[in-house]
Design a protein around this ligand. Structure first.
Ligand code: GLN
Length: 487
């Protein structure tokens, strides 16, 4: 059962072979047994979850069920969920109970899905390893001495360990795709603006985008059908016709043109990842696709550009955490200014403070033109590289990450080394394009490798189809850590 896809779970529920309450209980039991070792969840509230499950069962009984009614889902703790503690992985919001639902949470609730709890993440989504979480790092279910990736590492580990059938994530520079790659699951970052950011705690607003994390592309498509769509409460939400993201799942791949960016197969890529990605490309050729070499010449600039723009936006977004309205407030202070200072000094962790300082600096008088404006111009060039590339290919493929899951502490002391683990994912956010990660192999130590698929704007359905055909021909996505197999 824990390996069943969403369609199979929905069938079991519809045929009344299992109730939502039973299904929810199964996952809550797994969480109780395995989460102490993995730390994938920050907050679990069995009572709240079971109440939602009972409501779902009532809907099923009256014939009012949708495609996913009664199926549990875990939410990254960046999404506000009414009545749930919502921490964003921070001490600043350690005790914050959200008074409303994020759009994404509400969409899943309306669909009758059951919230299993809130998943661990890097503090304010800043990180690539989950080591910046105030609640401690998440362990990779495949190798507990290794990181699960970040910042959506809790969601990724929860799905990989089958503590949840699916989860939500957010991706500002790779935070859905990179942890998906490192834990052997499937994740999609949609085109910027396709999923509403309302109620999703803001990190870098021009880059942040929510997306699904699940066992397969097919499951991600079903989740997209629920989470995507216009929402007037997010000014960057796009008003577009409603789409069925499952529509291209069965589309054949004959004649598909896959672009391989030479910069993604160059220095810095580990042999294990290169081998697994090559094998995946071989599989795609067998399925009828052709590969062409393309160039994304500004790739090298994406990390420096991102680390100007993302901190700049973060410094503005995080100004609201000042101890006045909600969140942490320092227990002792002399006056108002000291209250701000003590609160922010003690309420934020080191990585968040580093970003706020960098962001404030690049936005300051005299430096704005030299850094922020310059970065915006290069951002445009990076986006143009992709536009150019899509004139000669339908989809771009390459590794999601340069290496597989690394050890705790291996990169934590060196921010640049950590930042480089997003070298292949960040440009996609800068351009606002959709991107996916699909499991495509294992390294010599049995840790998963991710294949990245990048599509043109609004090509999510096609991307999901391209991933699905591969998953029908291979079984990497169906594997799970053998010591976690149960029942
Ligand atoms: N790892 C990147 C960062 O630290 C991206 C994080 C994200 O996508 N939220 O900013």
């Amino acid at each position: 059962m824990i390996n069943a896809g969403l369609t199979e779970l929905a069938a079991l529920l519809a045929q009344k072979k299992i109730s939502s309450a039973e299904l929810t209980r199964t996952y809550l039991d797994r969480i109780a047994a395995l989460n102490p070792a993995l730390n994938a969840f920050i907050t679990v509230d069995a009572e709240l979850s079971l109440a939602e499950a009972e409501a779902a069962d009532a809907r099923i009984a009256t014939g009012d069920a949708g495609a996913l009614t009664g199926i549990p889902i875990a939410h990254k703790d960046i999404f506000c969920a009414d009545g749930w503690r919502t921490t964003c992985g921070s001490k600043m919001l350690e005790n914050f109970i959200a008074p409303y639902d994020a759009h994404v949470v509400r969409q899943f609730k309306n669909a009758g899905m059951v919230s299993l709890g809130k998943t661990n993440m890097d503090e304010f989504a800043m990180g690539s390893s989950n080591e910046t979480s105030y609640f401690g790092a998440v362990k990779n279910p495949w190798d507990r001495a290794a990181v699960p990736g970040g910042s959506s590492g809790g969601s990724a580990a929860a799905v990989a360990a089958r503590l949840a059938p699916a989860a939500t994530g957010t991706d500002t520079g790779g935070s859905i795709r990179q942890p998906a790659a490192l834990t052997g699951i499937t994740g999609l970052k949609p085109t910027y603006g396709v999923v509403s950011r309302y109620g999703m705690i803001a990190f870098a607003s021009s880059l942040d985008q929510a997306g699904p994390m699940a066992k397969s592309a097919q499951d991600c498509a079903l989740l997209m059908n629920v989470m995507a769509g216009f929402d007037e409460r997010d000014s960057t939400s796009l008003e577009r016709p409603v789409e069925d993201y499952t529509r291209d799942l069965q589309q054949p791949l004959a004649g598909l043109k896959i672009g391989l960016p030479r910069e993604y197969f160059a220095e810095g890529l580990s042999d294990d990842v290169a081998r697994a990605v090559e094998a995946a490309l071989h599989e795609y050729r067998k399925l009828g696709a052709q590969t062409v070499e393309i160039a994304l010449p500004n790739t090298q600039l994406s990390i420096p550009v991102y680390y100007v723009l993302a901190p700049a936006e973060a410094s503005a977004n995080l100004a609201r955490f000042d101890g006045v309205r909600y969140g942490y407030r320092a227990p002792e202070y002399r006056d108002l200014n000291d209250m701000y200072e003590q609160t922010r000094s003690h309420g934020f962790g080191a990585e968040v403070k580093r970003r706020i300082m960098v962001g404030t600096y690049v936005l300051s008088h005299g430096y704005y033109d030299a850094y922020y404006l310059q970065a915006q111009k290069i951002r445009r060039l990076i986006a143009q590289d992709f536009t150019e590339a899509f004139t000669c290919c339908d989809v771009i493929m390459g590794p999601t990450t340069p290496g597989t899951a690394f050890g705790f502490g291996e990169k934590a002391a060196d921010p640049i080394a950590m930042y480089l683990s997003d070298i292949y994912t960040i440009a996609v956010n800068l351009a606002g394009l959709p991107g996916m990660s699909v499991p495509c192999g294992m390294d010599a130590k049995g840790r998963p490798v991710g294949l990245q698929l990048i599509g043109n704007y609004f090509s999510e359905a096609r991307l999901l189809g391209i991933a699905h055909r591969y998953q029908q021909a291979t079984d990497w996505h169906a594997r799970m850590p053998s010591d976690l197999v149960a029942k």
